[in-house]
Write a protein that binds this ligand. Structure first.
Ligand SMILES: [Zn+2]
Length: 294
């Protein structure tokens, strides 16, 4: 009898353990558990001193030369050591500056690690304010700005330009003037409709304006590195901006007619664009809200 009850006890313990594992896995999956060791990291030369590093999260821009390395954005904390190792494949020079294009964690997740390594972080004033709400001191930009800043490094003028609230209210674009490359952060992406993060101060009008600023800064041969997606041209940025203007004009007209969000969706204001930029739902929701739809 004693053996049997012990056996039953062991069996029920085993079931409990399996149940806990199943629940833990489900929770892990919901949190987007990532096998960080399996994330592939690669660098691509863009032009002149500029490369970009692809991994998980926003494209990391890199200016590499004798004076040191400038980094734009840093993806996620669990990738920091491997990101540094990958940069070492291009240059053993010191990482002199890290610029955050905006606050999102797929662009700033490595900040604390880089801060602790002594790399000074630059960003718009508002990026520091927003990060400070959740992040430790080491993760915060130590040099913040509300107007243009230029870094002179690697024989390059690196022009950092804060733009009006677009993807968020802390967006910057970075123009490597001598290499003729612009890193846009997330206001421009080649893989989806614009993300206008209204919770972090992003705006539709600012998105259109910021894309115009990028197009105005670029020449016909300028290489444009988006926050997400592939290296593009000024024409690609203009096409993207014109799409945003066309869709917002259509939605504005429907809002003025008092149409509901569902009616706007039925009118299919992204009709000829969805084939290229995918599911418009998040974009349309933001555009509709911003244009006063209710
Ligand atoms: Zn973003």
């Amino acid at each position: 009898m004693k053996t049997r009850s012990l056996l039953r006890y062991v069996v029920s313990l085993a079931f409990a353990a399996v149940a806990i594992l199943v629940v833990a896995n489900a929770v892990g999956a919901q949190r987007g558990n990532v096998d960080w060791a399996a994330v592939g990291l690669s660098t691509h030369h863009v032009a002149g001193t500029v490369h970009y590093l692809e991994g998980r999260g926003g494209n990391i821009g890199l200016s590499v030369g004798d004076d040191g390395v400038i980094m734009i954005d840093d993806q996620y904390a669990p990738l920091t050591d491997r990101i540094v190792e990958t940069i070492r494949g291009l240059s053993t020079a010191e990482i002199k500056w890290l610029i955050n294009t905006h606050v999102h964690p797929d662009h700033t997740g490595g900040n604390e690690n880089f801060g602790n390594r002594g790399v000074p972080i630059l960003a718009q004033d508002r990026v520091r304010l927003r990060l400070a709400a959740t992040q430790p001191e080491a993760a915060l930009p130590v040099l913040t700005y509300s107007e243009d800043v230029t870094i002179h490094l690697n024989g390059e003028e690196v022009h950092i330009v804060p733009v009006p609230p677009a993807h968020t209210d802390g967006d910057s674009i970075i123009h490597f003037k001598d290499s003729d490359v612009i890193h846009t952060g997330d206001m421009f992406r080649t893989v989806a409709f614009p993300v206008i993060d209204r919770n972090n101060g992003g705006t539709l009008a600012g998105t259109i304006e910021a894309l115009g600023i990028v197009a105005g800064m670029a020449g016909a041969n300028t290489k444009i590195v988006p926050g997400h997606g592939v290296v593009s041209t000024r024409d690609d940025v203009i096409e993207f901006r014109d799409m945003v203007i066309t869709v917002s004009d259509r939605v504005r007209e429907l809002v003025e007619q008092g149409r509901s969000y569902d009616q706007v969706v039925s009118a299919d204001p992204t009709r000829e664009f969805s084939g290229k930029w995918g599911d418009p739902q998040r974009f349309l929701t933001a555009v509709y809200a911003e244009l006063g739809g209710q």
